[in-house]
Design a protein around this ligand. Structure first.
Ligand SMILES: [Zn+2]
Length: 86
């Protein structure tokens, strides 16, 4: 009758621990792989579509930073503006 107290088999407990450990490793590795895949992209080069404009002269657009030929102000990054509706 005392065998009932020993119903917890050490083997099953160990297997459960191993499964938990494996799950933890999987959860830890998967984000690392996803992150390394993202880092693989060359991020040093600036986006080619970046353009610069003068805050005072919107018609002045340059593909590189500089000064406005009309007023000499520093050009600012031209952000893609959402198309106005209405
Ligand atoms: Zn200007």
């Amino acid at each position: 009758m005392f065998d009932l107290l020993k119903s917890k088999h050490p083997f099953l407990m160990k297997t459960n621990i191993i499964l938990t450990f494996a799950a933890a490793i999987t959860l830890a590795i998967v984000p690392t792989i996803a992150q390394s895949a993202t880092d693989a992209k060359p991020s040093s080069t600036a986006p080619a579509a970046q353009k610069y404009t003068c805050p005072m002269h919107p018609e002045v657009i340059s593909d590189k930073p500089g000064k406005c030929p009309k007023c000499g102000m520093n050009l600012v990054v031209l952000k893609a503006q959402p198309t106005p509706k209405g």
